[in-house]
Write a protein that binds this ligand. Structure first.
Ligand SMILES: [Zn+2]
Length: 81
């Protein structure tokens, strides 16, 4: 699946490829290809993920352009960052 996050490597908001397998998760920035692999995917991680999605929804109210990030490779920087 794809999720929108701020990338700590390239500093852009970008579409991440998010994969879960065997109880572990990995995410890859589709803009700069920075990847985090072998992340725990346990109950805490699932709750943090859900909380993040809610936070992102709130952020989209303020920055509707974040909703435009849908396809792999899409990325942007928010003006005030
Ligand atoms: Zn990146």
């Amino acid at each position: 699946m794809y999720v929108t996050r701020k990338c700590s490597s390239c500093g852009h908001w970008a579409v991440f490829e998010f994969a879960i397998s065997g109880g572990r998760a990995s995410e890859t920035c589709t803009h700069c290809r920075a990847a985090k692999r072998d992340l725990p995917w346990d109950r805490d991680a699932r709750m943090a993920h859900a909380a993040y999605q809610a936070e992102f929804e709130r952020l989209c109210e303020k920055h509707p352009e974040l909703r435009e990030l849908r396809r792999p490779g899409d990325h942007l920087k928010l003006a005030e960052e």
